[in-house]
Design a protein around this ligand. Structure first.
Ligand code: KG4
Ligand code: ZN
Length: 339
């Protein structure tokens, strides 16, 4: 079965073709980072218009690379939420129209389910069940995953997501947008511990997170001036230590509680090297293992959406939504409401 995947929930347009026998045939992503940079963040209307502009050229590129004509597509999967309403609609209407034209099934897919299943696209994929740490720009969640569509939420961030905290802190340090990778880069030359930041909710005894206080602590330090001898890089390093320590400790605690020592990490922050180091060490310490998506599939892409759609179809699950009466996008959509 050959599934076309369309991703347009935020500032990346992604198109991919996945074949259930042969794997990922081709995928292409256009990132709007350069366009939004001048504004210091994503401008939703610009994002929507750019998705419209990019979808057809990306589709053509993917079909050429895959050597697959349009009529070999068996189904189309697209991100129906969560995300920016206008951006989602660009991908949704494109996918629905193409599906009509080709007379193939069209499947709305949950963006986070795409992230969650993306490590299964790797050569060395984990088996169900596993614990998943989902760390994207908009979400920080720990889930227990027992199969496609079987997601139990163990805990999540009560305020900012980890990626959001990275982005906001990077902005405070004048690192531009998106800040996560830039902050991580700056942290490489810094020394943690020269200023001390809190480890929010580290000992809360549950799987909730809170990262907004961390950003406020950085704001206060920057506003009042850093202590003598402390550089921005040291602050960046300490910030990264604080976030990754809490994420790793809670992920390990979730594995312990469920006695499930396979941990899957998905979402943009999963690209963070320090987080990977800590998680690898934590799981190795209990005889477990961490599974990551390929690095290029950590951030938003069409491949994870195509793969997710294919898994749903193969398991006879169909769309994650009741689609009678047309199609809709869901800017807000809790993952644990899927079946
Ligand atoms: O999953 P994603 O591409 O988009 C959402 O669905 O949100 O995640 C984007 C987030 C951004 O907040 C970005 O700053 C963060 O992932 N990110 C990182 C790194 N690479 C991306 N954060 C920390 N370190 C990184 N290396
Ligand atoms: Zn994402």
């Amino acid at each position: 079965m050959r599934v076309l995947g369309i991703e347009s929930s935020c500032d990346e347009t992604g198109v991919a073709l996945y074949d259930s026998e042969r794997g990922l045939l081709a995928h292409a992503v256009h990132t709007q980072v350069a366009m939004h940079e001048a504004y210091g963040g994503v401008v939703p209307e610009l994002a929507s218009r750019d998705h419209v502009r990019r979808l057809i050229p990306l589709l053509e590129r993917v079909l050429t690379e895959a050597g697959s004509p349009l009529d070999q597509i068996d189904a189309i999967a697209y991100t129906a939420g969560p995300g920016l309403a206008g951006a989602l609609l660009a991908g949704a209407s494109f996918a629905e129209a193409l599906g009509q034209a080709l007379a193939v099934p069209v499947l709305p897919v949950h963006h986070l389910e795409g992230h969650l299943l993306s490590p299964l696209l790797a050569a060395d994929a984990p088996e169900f069940p596993f614990i998943a740490l989902l760390v994207s720009g908009g979400h920080t969640q720990l889930m227990c995953v027992s199969g496609v569509g079987k997601y139990e939420l163990l805990g999540e961030s009560l305020d900012d997501a980890a990626g959001e905290a990275f982005d906001k802190t990077a902005k405070l340090l004048g690192l531009g947008y998106p800040g996560g990778p830039a902050l991580a880069q700056l942290a490489v030359s810094g020394q943690p511990g020269r200023v001390r930041l809190p480890r929010p909710m580290l000992h809360s005894g549950d799987f909730s997170f809170s990262f907004s206080g961390l950003k406020t602590a950085v704001l206060t330090l920057v506003r009042d001036g850093l202590p003598a001898g402390v550089r921005d890089a040291d602050l960046a390093a300490e910030f990264q230590e604080a976030v990754t320590e809490v994420l790793a400790a809670k992920a390990l605690a979730a594995c312990r509680q469920r006695r499930l020592f396979r941990l899957v990490v998905a979402g943009g922050v999963g690209a963070n090297r320090r987080l990977r180091q800590r998680l690898d060490a934590a799981l190795a310490g209990v005889g477990g293992r961490v599974f990551y998506p390929e690095i290029e599939l950590c951030t938003d892409n069409g491949a994870m959406i195509a793969f997710c759609g294919a898994q749903r179809l193969l398991q006879g699950k169909g769309a994650a939504e009741d689609r009678r009466g047309g199609f809709a996008v869901r800017p807000r959509w809790p993952l644990d409401q899927l079946s």
